[in-house]
Each structure stands twice: as C-alpha cells, then as structure tokens.
Write a protein that binds this ligand. Structure first.
Ligand code: TPP
Ligand code: MG
Length: 528
C-alpha cells in the first residue's frame, strides 16, 4: 500500500519510508554509488547521519544503537568492498541478534555487465550475516523493499540467523523518479510458547537443574521473571537489579559448572559448546545423561515463557533478591586488571553503558554487578574491534547515559577510527585501553594447547611492543584527550574525572598481563 506525494527519487522514497518506520539514524561511509542515497539522507531531516571512517565502525555503531533501542539503524556503505570491511562487526551483530539495515550502493543494473573495477558479488557477502537481502529493486519497489527490510530486521529468527537486513541499491533504482513512499508494515510479534513447554520446564526445575537464559530473556523483565524462578540464594544481583551469572569462557570451566546438572532448561539459549575445539576437550559441553529441556526458542516469547513458569510455580512477583551497591576494595599501587575492575565498579555512574571487547576489561562484568545500575554490552561473536564502535551507537541511542568502553590494545587497533567519530559527535564515551602491548590471550591459548615453546619468530606474532603504540597520542590526533594510568590511584582519578567532563576521553591503562603461573589451574594437567 502506498501514499501519494510529489516526484522524488527512488532513494528518497526509501529514506522517507525508513524514517516513517522509525529508522532515523544512518552510520555512513559513502562512495560514488551512494550519491543519490546521500542526497536522500540530506532531504529527509528526520534521518541523522553519522560519518564513520571505516565500515567496521558503521556496523559496530549500528549494533550498539540497535542493542540499546531495539530499533534498527542503517549503515550506508560502498559496494562489496565497503560491506566486506564491515563483516567482523556485522558478524558480532548477527550473533547479538541486533536489528540492523545495511544500505549498500551498487552499480546501475545495466553497468554490471561491464565488470567495472569496483564490481563484486555483493549478495555472496550479504548472505554471510543477513537474514534477508535483496538486490534487484527498481525505483518503484525500493520504498516497499525498505519497509520489508525493516520488518525483516524486527522479526526474531531461529538459531543464529540474526536480524540484519541488507538492501543492495543499484544506482538506477536510486536515481529513478517515483511519486510515492511506502507505508511501514505492522511490527512482527514473537510466537508464544506452548503450555506443554511451560509444564515440562516447571517439572524440570529442581535442585539438579540449571536454567540458561539468553536473547530477550536477558532483558530487565526477563531477569525479574527468572529471579522469581530461582531460589533467591542463587541469584546474583546488581544494585536494584537481579542478575544471572555468565557462562565461563574455557571449556573446562563450563564442564565444572555443568558437572552436577541433571536437567538443563533453555530459555532463548542453546546448549553450551566450547568457543573453539581443543584436542583434549569435548565441543558439546552438556554432560552425558543430562536432559535438555527447551522452554523457549530464541525467536519465541522468552520473557512470556519465563513469566508463565514463575506463575506456575506460584512464585511471588517481588521475590527477587536485589543486591545493593557496595564499595569494592582496591589494592593501591601498580594497576592490575583486578584493581581496575574494582575501581570501575566503584566509579561507574548510574545508567552507565559498558561496551566490552577483548582484553582484561571483561573481568569487570562481575564487579559491576554490585555497582550502580548499568548495562553491559558483550562481545557476542568474538570478532574483536567491537568495543569502540558499539560505544558510538550506544551513546547516540542514549545521549543521557555515560558510556564506558573497555578494550584490549590489540582489539582497539582494529577500529581505532572510533575515536574520530566520538570526538566529532561529542559523545560521552570513556575508553579504557588495557595496554599490555601484546595479544596476551593468544599467548595463553598457545600454552593451553601444549604446543612446543615458541622462539622469536613465533612469539613475534603475539607481541605489539615494537614499536609501542602511544594511545594518548593516537587518540589526541583524532580529537580525543586522554592520559596514562599506571597505578590504581592514577586510574581512579582519571576515571572519575572522565565521568564528570563532557565528551570522549581515553585512559591508557598500563596493566601487565596475568602471570602464567596464576592461570595454570585453567590448563588441564595433561596439557601443561
Ligand atoms: C576480527 C578478529 N581477528 C582476530 C581475532 C583473534 N584474536 C582473538 S583475541 C586476539 C588478541 C587480543 O589482544 P588484546 O585485545 O590486546 O587483548 P589481550 O589478550 O592482550 O588481553 C586476537 C588477535 C579475533 N578474535 N577477531
Ligand atoms: Mg593486549
């Protein structure tokens, strides 16, 4: 169904339709094939455009925005080369099930046959991370295709298909004239789980069971419902919130958690598998004999299912134990990942959004459970270089909330262009770079595999020290002020100051890597 208006380009009909559907932020890195789309962005004042200097930033920012608002932002990228540059963070966003609409400019349909230099197979790229893609729009269909892209991005999909819609817009579709825009489609709803699934979960939840929650179940309402099901003693809670523990990273740790579980109840989650295969550990980490009960699949109404179970158990509505904020003890002197995590918990302002990446910042996940209320954005797909870009999207989505981005120095170098957009947009993002001048986790993973000790050439693949990266200079060159912190006192004062001053700030946290001896317990004996 369409509504009449004056003659406009296909591109403008698309952008007007997207804006009508509530899609009003565009993270862009355009080229020549996107010029009519750029004109359309300019002609539609509801659409906020944000220039990012690498497509991985566009993708990660759209991810951060979508996770915070549950609404898709668009990326605007240049042909297959541009979309390909965004793939790592589009992969993370697929894993996060974030709604995103990629607008990819393509050559005019009649130009493709000449195989001009920037021609490539964009659909093959899109297929990797998109639940929906289309490349044959005409000026007349473009607006309706945009409305369908919004629907696809908002509709929960099974398994890991994600919620990224990719609309590949040929220039002749973009520049052709039309006289109408499309009417947005109804917002899709999640299917309700069957009463049989609820009954089965109710029967399964006992002292030998474990409930794993993911997807929409991790929302505030999901937590509240889950806390009604758990006995309060088993609920870890942030200040005023209830919280559920994360599944650990290494397979041996997961095996330990799972060792006594007889029934595994899944709410929007899948059975735990190890991140990587190891010669001495299984991939599938559900113990033999453990029954797996699916309460709700990820595309279903997970929150409703948790509420139904809590109701069936006659759990009172307000039985969740809520942790209060507490001061974390900080060891003075040389900064460590542990003291940084304690300081972060003590200093995060109310409502802070924490965008995590690689590096030892992730251990602050546990300490911030007893900080002021906050939101943690995880590195969902393991493709590092997400923390800076998602911080941008989160800050644009929630301008009244401070954002803290925790990144390893290795991860931060994938998408350091994030500083530039943070400075240009004046975003309240504090970035902490854990500067150990190495890919520490790779060194540790190598050790875990029990491979022969490395000599200079092999070790050089994990080392970032020659030349050392000067983070303060790097951020400064893109308009972000910063400082270095080598002690707990310096870190504490820099972090507190950054939260009181507007705009972005960088702290290069000089945190040495954990000692190998301390981590030996994570390495199964036969691999040491
Ligand atoms: C896009 C992408 N490329 C490469 C990797 C492999 N990888 C995983 S962790 C890591 C290094 C992380 O180093 P850093 O961020 O400095 O954290 P550290 O381990 O030193 O604490 C690399 C290269 C990845 N996960 N994602
Ligand atoms: Mg590092």
């Amino acid at each position: 169904m369409t509504t009449k208006s004056l003659a406009i380009t296909g591109a403008e009909s698309l952008l007007r339709t997207l804006a009508k559907a509530g899609v009003d932020v565009c993270f862009a890195n355009p080229g020549t094939t996107e010029m009519h789309l750029v004109h359309a962005v300019d002609a539609v004042p509801e659409m906020r455009s944000v220039l990012c200097l690498f497509e991985g930033i566009c993708a990660g920012a759209a991810d951060g925005f979508g996770r915070m608002t549950h609404r898709p932002a668009t990326t605007l990228v240049h042909l297959g080369a541009g979309l390909g540059n965004g793939i790592a963070n589009l992969h993370n966003a697929r894993r996060a099930r974030t709604p995103i609409i990629n607008l990819v400019g393509n050559h005019a349909s009649y130009h493709l046959q000449y195989d001009a230099p920037l021609t490539s197979d964009i659909e093959t790229l899109a297929r990797n991370f998109s639940c929906w893609y289309k490349s044959d729009s005409t000026p007349e269909t473009l607006a309706g295709d945009g409305a369908n892209a919004v629907t696809a991005a908002l509709k929960a999909t099974p398994d890991s298909k994600g919620q990224i819609a990719t609309l590949i817009v040929s220039t002749d579709a973009a520049w052709g004239e039309v006289t109408s825009v499309a009417v947005p489609n109804p917002v899709p709803c999640r299917p309700v789980v069957t009463s049989g699934a609820v009954d089965k979960a109710v029967q399964s939840l006992d002292a030998d069971s474990l409930l794993i929650i993911d997807g929409p179940g991790m929302s505030q309402s999901g937590h509240v419902a889950a806390a009604r099901i758990f006995s309060p003693a088993r609920v870890d809670a942030g200040a005023g919130y209830s919280c559920i523990k994360r599944i650990p990273y290494f397979p041996e740790q997961i095996q330990h958690v799972m060792s006594k579980v007889k029934k595994l109840v899944l709410a929007g989650a899948v059975p735990p598998v190890s991140f990587f295969a190891y010669p001495h550990a299984p991939s599938y980490l559900v113990p033999d004999g453990c029954e797996v009960v699916t309460l709700a699949r990820v595309e279903e109404d997970v929150v409703g299912a948790l509420v139904a179970v809590a109701d069936a158990l006659n759990a009172p509505a307000d039985c969740a134990q809520k942790n209060s904020q507490r001061q974390h003890k900080v060891a003075s002197g040389k900064l460590s990942a542990a003291s940084a995590a304690a300081i972060i918990a003590n200093r995060v302002p109310e409502g802070c959004i924490i965008a995590a990446d690689s590096g030892s910042g992730s251990i602050a996940f546990d300490t911030v459970q007893t900080a002021l209320p906050n939101t943690w954005l995880s590195l969902t797909g393991g493709a590092i270089g997400q923390g800076g870009p998602t911080a941008i999207g989160a800050a644009i989505a929630c301008p009244d909330r401070p954002v803290l981005s925790l990144q390893g120095d290795g991860g931060a170098m994938y998408t350091n262009q994030a500083f530039w957009t943070q400075a240009r947009e004046g975003l309240n993002v504090t970035t902490v770079i854990y500067s150990n001048r190495e890919y520490w986790i790779l060194d540790f993973e190598y050790l875990r595999l029990g491979l022969p000790a490395l000599s200079r050439q092999g070790l050089s693949l994990f080392s970032l020290d020659k030349p050392p990266i000067d983070w303060v200079e790097l951020a400064h060159s893109m308009g972000v002020p910063g400082c270095r912190a080598g002690t707990a006192e310096e870190f504490d004062s820099a972090l507190s100051k950054s939260f009181t001053e507007p705009g972005p700030f960088l702290i290069e946290a000089q945190v040495p890597s954990p000692k190998r001896e301390d981590l030996a317990r994570l390495i199964p004996k036969r691999q040491r």
